[in-house]
Design a protein around this ligand. Sequence first.
Ligand SMILES: Nc1nc2c(c(=O)[nH]1)N[C@H]1C(S)=C(S)[C@@H](COP(=O)(O)OP(=O)(O)OC[C@H]3O[C@@H](n4cnc5c(=O)[nH]c(N)nc54)[C@H](O)[C@@H]3O)O[C@H]1N2
Ligand SMILES: Nc1nc2c(c(=O)[nH]1)N[C@H]1C(S)=C(S)[C@@H](COP(=O)(O)OP(=O)(O)OC[C@H]3O[C@@H](n4cnc5c(=O)[nH]c(N)nc54)[C@H](O)[C@@H]3O)O[C@H]1N2
Ligand code: SF4
Ligand SMILES: [Mo]
Length: 736
Amino acid sequence: MSAAARVHYRTCPLCEAMCGLEVHVVGDRVTAIRPDRDDVWSKGFVCPKGATLGALHESPERVRVPLVRDGERWREVSWDEAFARCETLLQGVLERHGRQALTCYIGNPTAHSFHLGRYVGLFIGLAQLPTLYSAGTVDQWPKNVSSMLMYGGMWSIPTPDIQRTHYWVVMGGNPQASQGSLLACPDVLGEIDRIRARGGKTVVVDPRRTGTAERADEWIPIVPGTDAALLLAVCHVLFAEDRVRLRHLEGRVNGLDEVRALAVQFPPERVAATCRVPAATIRRLAREISDAPSAAVYGRIGLCNQEFGTLASWLVDVVNILSGNFDRGGGLMFGKPIAWGVTSLPDPQWAEGVRFGRFRSRVRGAPEVLGQFPLSCLAEEIATPGDGQLKALITIAGNPVISGPDAAKLDAALPQLECMISLDNALNETTRHAHVILPGHSALEQPHFDDLIPLWAVRSAGNFSPAVFPPGDRPQEWEILARLAGLCAGMALREIDVEAIDDGFFSAVCMAKGIDPSTLLPRYAQRGPERLLDLQIRTGPFGDRYGERPDGLTLDHFRARPHGIDMGPMVPRLAEVLATPSGKIELAPPYITADVPRLAARLDRQAAGLVLVSRRHLRSNNSWLHNVEALVRGRERCTLLIHPDDAARCGLADGRRARVRSQAGSVEVPVEVSDEMMPGVVSLPHGWGHDKPGTRQSIARAHAGVNNNLLAPGDLIDPISNNAVLNGIPVEVGPA
Ligand SMILES: Nc1nc2c(c(=O)[nH]1)N[C@H]1C(S)=C(S)[C@@H](COP(=O)(O)OP(=O)(O)OC[C@H]3O[C@@H](n4cnc5c(=O)[nH]c(N)nc54)[C@H](O)[C@@H]3O)O[C@H]1N2
Ligand SMILES: Nc1nc2c(c(=O)[nH]1)N[C@H]1C(S)=C(S)[C@@H](COP(=O)(O)OP(=O)(O)OC[C@H]3O[C@@H](n4cnc5c(=O)[nH]c(N)nc54)[C@H](O)[C@@H]3O)O[C@H]1N2
Ligand code: SF4
Ligand SMILES: [Mo]
């Protein structure tokens, strides 16, 4: 080893598996990235994406210097000039159109970023935008709604304790590709083997025989969008066969009778044809859940991004509660983060109880849900003239031109903005429309310690990673957010005092947590997210409480332990988490149960023709890892998966091209014939379609694929949560 060679230990920020990596560095180059076998959490587990953090960091196409667009031409500018341009643009919109013309879109990497995750709340609070859009309404909004109403916190999302369960039901999730979501656990597929080794069983409910289904003990194919009916039928069996066991939850649950009254109406025989799951299978599933020493039913994106997203997400929890598998080992449990999350602090706007529909979107009149409209409203709010038309958009780590429904509409609307500012490291399908791109740092140029994900981690573990490479003297993302927020609030650039704003934010966070900031502020010389993280750890469940508990944890303990600290598995903590006005679990929130008649009506509607669902691949991450050669090499992955019978009927053969049409649009894509699809359902991956002009992503362009969201109609939403329906879209398929 040369003198300059060194090894850094760090957590991969790309997905919820939070793997520990060894980053080998010589000078300013990454020479290798390997699994960290000593990482207390992941113990050497990684996937191919983690090894590409060096390629992402070194990519010559990564935006490192602010870009300003003059017409079609991009200019690299100084940070001063970039912020000055932002000021001119935002002030212009504020003067001409008022605050109602401003909005933002918050993308997925925000949740995984050391800076953005902790400071997006500052941005939202200070910027005072009347509306905001996020990837949440194409992701987990139904679960946020059900958790808010059942437990009193939108981020109080229970997770399956798969390291101890004896029976795991995976619905609409494919951890073989995704590595688990709203379920943080390294090596999820390995856990399936370990469940089997202890005599247990894993069942996958999915229209596709996924890699997870292959690894599991049983695959139950299901018609997309019908999971809520299946789960109600499971409840039916639990009641009918006297299998409801609240156990330790006895007396802590409201609404049991209401759920019973609903479940009575959904015997397995009534839903079987619609779900295309035999009634006997549903009965057996219910009995196996009930008979297992412990069981955990889990639903993910396939249950959220669908027609009955909220009903399905709610019923997942209901089945666990009814079968006695809630808040106990091996069932559904709440994680216990070492550092409580800034993201998950109680929101003062719901201090008096949660209400939906407090305001409506201007164009289609959609009622807000947890403060957000459907993402598909964004395009029409920009494109439709009139009072309140959106004129300025700030995107934060998001690529909605690819990831949002009715993608062509948003792509066409963005050029009409008078001001678009993107905080992003890529010049991609979305940011090419920006007037200014403000780059953040690469993952290796910033520290890491997850803020949100540990809320549903199967163990209380934590790992602090210092930056591998120095960030240089350009602003960090938290500072950029503070400046942009100040500008949105109408402050002049020269008036914005980032340090004062940060002190104010730190104080507000302390107070939201019931802590007096006045004694804490003087303790810290350093500002920014590391100060916050120290607070989160020290006042967290294992913290030193600033000396009150001398053997408790501080950030310095993590600095001294580069492989992390593990405080053990999940523990029952319902009493700590529950924040409903009644102080009980609300098993049958009226806002949700009011949607059951819509589900009942669905049972009478026979599915006609083919429907489209989405999928993920291990080597992708939504839309933004396709510019890494090592991840796109090899066989084309953006293909239409179709069952052999459907292929024959549609005149399609393996390797030929198909035209897929929906009410929203049409795409041409290579065909992959496979009996891993159930008949009647076809699958396309999401995150592709990199053939737009004016991007700076040459590798992605060479592997463009097609955007399946061109096919997703913007008016298809789950009206209870405002979440998009991206699965179960009616399509026509034929030869191209
Ligand atoms: N059809 C269909 N559509 C879907 C889905 C589906 O299953 N099917 N899934 C949905 C889901 S679950 C999600 S979460 C969304 C994702 O939707 P988005 O969050 O809008 O999309 P991403 O592809 O994750 O885009 C991430 C952006 O963040 C940038 N970025 C990456 N890291 C950083 C960073 O550290 N700092 C900054 N500033 N920028 C960064 C990238 O360059 C990229 O522009 O897609 C949704 N869309
Ligand atoms: N490699 C990789 N990892 C990722 C991501 C990525 O893009 N690539 N994205 C990350 C993000 S942002 C998220 S949110 C998570 C998502 O994590 P997962 O939820 O595990 O996502 P998918 O792998 O898309 O699996 C969804 C499954 O739902 C099935 N499905 C579709 N419709 C229905 C339905 O109506 N009912 C049922 N029962 N199943 C249905 C699909 O066939 C698919 O197998 O993954 C995260 N991890
Ligand atoms: S599974 Fe892969 S992408 Fe996810 S954290 Fe681990 S190495 Fe990173
Ligand atoms: Mo997501």
